[in-house]
Write a protein of this length. Structure first.
Lengths: 397, 485
């Protein structure tokens, strides 16, 4: 028994990512066609050359037919994947493991979400028949409970917490303003973010990720085959997934200042990749900034900061684009919005651009020899979530 | 008109009593400014947007059963003029929330306030112990006399004989006068009742009331001046007041009909007035309950020694004192009389009946599970323990009467609710369990970490006509609960 990972056995050789916006003029099929077309072209392969497909979507379609029909795939295995907000990431994980197993030479992971056909603002989960006793809180409200809990535990005043959260949002909007694929491309001053009316707890609208439609795709092959497709592959160092047991919600010991599932997921991922000091070894990270307090706590759960100190690091600019460890250099969920099935692959797309040195100059992370990127998704709520982490690198070894 | 005075000597009577008045109050002065007419002096009680007659009945019944050690009703009889459902029983939801055994029959009586008096009579003259629950939400069109005079609430009387427990007030006998005269009527589905000219009803009620009163005294061998406490319930205000003056009572015997503070709670009112009377009565006192509804019903009791030791869970007096004001506009919106823009969120899906029946102990009874090995409490119950992973090694943990403390909370201005914003708190219950749970009967600005709260049975919403009942938590406000806190 053991979680061994597939370090350096599988490589990403091509990616695609649509702009993440309110695509009123594009349906799920269009988004899938456009993201995959870019990935096919990037890797220089035709759809026939991909042996198997994994399609991640939370609720924009059911079954592999959702991809097979618009792409007109002939006789291909297509698996639909759903794992809440980690859906796109998990599609890649399964495609990579299938290649690592030797079952296929070339596999594609695609994530898509067409959110804006629902007619309501925000993300709205498909209702599963139940006894009517499940919580009906919004995600914003659940994550808002982190704010007073963190402040109280670490002696951070309400005003200081506000500054920290606004710094996170302003930083992500700064990065997103430099990304043509992002939904929100304006810098927003921290003072303006702080002044917004509150929607849930202490969270205002700029503390919440937007909502957008989008799709992203990746083609994976065995590492030894990577150079058949590209001179600059990305090697998969770690893929870790933890589905929590939900105990945080009902366990009186849980204090809303950490996400246990993510801490466990990080341990597993760092072990798979052989990373011992993520602060020093990672060149960048894309994390699941669904809400500003989420990103704050992630900095500690991912060991980018010691417990109780991430708020100081945030204020000191440690995670800014020119900081010690740039976090969400593409603008994050904050700037992109969150098409659930696509977000995980969108994060990997940024690693794809940055680690290979092709990100636009205005948001390029410092080239200081670090060769690893981390991407992280979570789905669910504090105490009740799934967590995914990948570590990608531009060199073997 | 028929009358039938009876004296009984079975020793049966009231074993326990309780009432529930919802937290909100409408100041009648605020009505006319909006409706252009109506209103008056004083306040009326208002059921919350998440309450219906079933949940009101549950709260009253819980108050009664908690105050009556060893209570074991063998029947649940529920009367309301405003049933949450028709064509199916409402008492079964109350039965489930009280966690009564399946062998205990539960049934509704509806249509008029008379049914509440009728159920009490059936229980007093029956053989087994019975819990008689009355609940009402009284509605009229804006500006109407019914709107101002009405009140929302519930009462629950546990009836039985000496074998079932100490009798607080022995039933001595009574009389009924049934009469057919159409002075008030409502077609099923209408929100309002219509009234014939007032004097007509008054005359008929006074005649029926006097007849039943005379018959009841005669049958029991009592005289009017031997009555120590009397209360009159009925929807016809002039008749109620008029009869009270004509009963030949000694000065000070006629009790407050609560019209100034609570309003007329319809089917709940006979039990509510009796509860308020019992709170103040001394052992040995003779108590008369008169109900004017489609005739008259008279019940005579004598308070027993056990009454002195009985402590209501929440007295009527403290509940009257404990309310908080509600703006008239919100009142109208809560009753559906002022349609307001709903939140722009998908409406909740209907509750699955089959899923609900599998979790009936949790959904209606608020019963969690405790790992027998680790002691970890699971709300809701789970088969596999979160500590240690034992399978099917849990014992039930009833939590409905357990207080809790707010660990943290949030105010959600986006979640779907019939009355936003939603206030949700992570509550640590005193039995070791934790549950994020919606708070109710409070303003969003009131809540603080460390607040003490108690579970309350509510209707979370309705979809496809199916009511979704579950528990929320409300601040601990009553003296007894605060003492326990």
């Amino acid at each position: 028994m053991g979680s061994h990972g597939i370090k350096d056995r599988v490589a990403i050789v091509g990616m695609g990512c649509t702009p993440f916006v309110e695509h009123w003029d594009r349906g799920t099929d269009d988004l899938l066609i456009e993201a995959t077309a870019e990935a096919f072209a990037d890797a220089g392969v035709r759809k026939e050359q991909v042996d198997a497909y994994w399609l991640g979507t939370a609720q924009s379609g059911m079954s592999g037919l959702t991809l097979a029909k618009p792409l007109q795939l002939q006789g291909k295995p297509v698996t639909r994947v759903e794992n809440m907000c980690a859906t796109g990431s998990d599609a890649l994980r399964q495609a990579a493991y299938a290649v690592a197993s030797g079952a296929y030479d070339v596999a594609m992971a695609v994530g898509v979400e067409k959110v804006k056909d629902g007619g309501f603002q925000g993300l709205n989960a498909f209702p599963i028949p139940g006894d009517g006793t499940a919580r009906t809180l919004t995600a914003a409200a659940m994550f808002s409970m982190v704010v007073p809990a963190y402040g109280e535990k670490y002696g951070v005043s309400e005003g200081e917490m506000r500054e920290v959260l606004s710094h996170i949002a302003a930083k992500n909007h700064y990065n997103g303003a430099r990304n043509p694929r992002a939904q929100f491309r304006k810098e927003i001053a921290a003072e303006k973010i702080s002044a917004m009316p509150k929607l849930a707890g202490q969270l205002g609208v700029f503390d919440c990720a937007g909502v957008a439609d989008g799709a992203a795709a990746a083609i994976v092959v065995r590492a030894e085959d990577a150079h058949l497709y590209t001179d600059k592959p990305l090697y998969i160092k770690a893929l870790s997934l933890v589905a929590g047991n939900g105990s945080g919600v009902i366990d009186p010991e849980y204090d809303y200042t950490t996400f246990r599932e993510i801490a466990a997921c990080a341990e597993d991922a760092y072990r798979q990749a052989g990373v011992t000091d993520p602060r020093e070894e990672l060149a960048m990270a894309e994390v699941h900034d669904c809400f500003t307090p989420t990103e704050l706590v992630l900095m500690e759960d991912l060991r980018f900061a010691d417990r109780g100190t991430a708020w100081k690091d945030v204020l000191a600019g440690a995670f800014d684009l020119d900081g010690r460890l740039p976090v969400n250099p593409d603008g994050g969920l904050k700037s992109f919005g969150h098409p659930v099935g696509a977000s995980g692959l969108r994060m990997m797309f940024e690693a794809w651009l940055q680690l290979r040195g092709v990100a636009p100059a205005e948001r390029r992370i410092p080239a200081d020899g670090r060769k690893l990127a981390l991407t992280h998704n979570l789905g669910g709520y504090p105490g009740d979530m799934v967590s995914f982490i990948s570590i990608l690198g531009n060199e073997l070894g | 008109m028929t009358t039938d005075g009876t004296a009984v000597s079975t020793g049966r009577g009231i074993l326990g009593y309780g009432a529930y008045l919802p937290y909100r109050r409408l100041d009648r002065k605020t009505i006319a400014a909006v409706a252009g007419t109506g209103g008056g002096r004083g306040t009326r009680t208002v059921a919350s947007f998440d309450e219906d007659t079933t949940t009101l009945g549950v709260e009253a019944a819980r108050n009664t059963l908690r105050a009556t050690p060893g209570a074991d009703p063998r029947a649940l009889l529920f009367a309301t003029v405003a049933p949450a459902y028709t064509d199916r029983t409402n008492a079964t939801a109350i039965h489930a929330a009280l966690r009564l055994d399946g062998s205990v029959p539960a049934m509704d009586a509806g249509g008029s306030v008379r049914s509440a008096a009728g159920l009490l009579r059936l229980a007093l003259t029956g053989a087994d112990s019975a819990l008689v629950v009355g609940a009402d939400i009284r509605v009229g069109l804006p500006g109407s006399p019914d709107e101002a005079a009405g009140g929302d609430g519930a009462s629950a009387l546990l009836v039985g004989g000496p074998a079932d427990g100490p009798v607080l007030a022995e039933y001595l006998g009574g009389a009924a006068a049934t009469a057919e005269f159409v002075d008030r009527w409502r077609t099923p589905g209408d929100v309002r009742s219509k009234l014939w000219e007032e004097k007509f009803g008054e005359n008929n009620y006074l005649a029926a009331g006097r007849r039943a009163w005379t018959d009841a005294l005669k049958a029991t061998g009592l005289t009017a001046d031997g009555v120590d406490h009397a209360v009159v319930a009925g929807l016809h205000g002039r008749a109620v007041a008029g009869l009270g003056r004509r009963l030949g009572l000694r000065e000070g015997v006629l009790g407050d009909d609560l019209s100034g503070t609570v309003g007329n709670t319809g089917a709940a009112h006979p039990g509510l007035l009796l509860a308020a009377t019992l709170e103040a009565a001394a052992p040995g006192a003779v108590i008369a309950l008169v109900v004017l509804s489609d005739g008259a019903d008279v019940f005579l009791f004598r308070a027993g020694e056990a009454l002195a030791a009985y402590r209501p869970t929440r007295t009527v007096t403290e509940q009257i004192a404990g309310g908080a004001p509600l703006p008239y506009g919100k009142y109208l919106a809560w009753r559906g009389l002022l349609p307001v823009e709903p939140p722009r969120r998908p409406e909740p899906a209907r509750t699955s009946s089959s899923a609900a029946v599998r979790s009936v102990d949790w959904k209606y009874g608020f019963v969690g599970a405790r790992d027998r090995e680790s002691g970890a409490v699971h709300l809701p119950p789970q088969r596999v323990s979160m500590t240690g992973g034992n399978l099917d090694d849990m014992e039930p943990v009833p939590t409905a009467d357990v207080l809790g403390t707010v660990k943290t909370f949030t105010v959600d201005r986006m979640a779907y609710s019939p009355s936003p914003p939603v206030v949700f708190a992570v509550v640590d219950f005193d039995n070791g369990g934790r549950l994020p749970i919606e708070l109710t009967d409070m303003d969003a600005s009131e809540v603080a970490i460390g607040d003490r709260v108690e579970p309350t049975f509510r209707r979370l919403g309705t979809a496809d006509g199916i009511h979704n009942y579950f528990w929320k938590a409300r601040p601990v406000r009553t003296a007894r609960a605060a003492e326990e806190a």
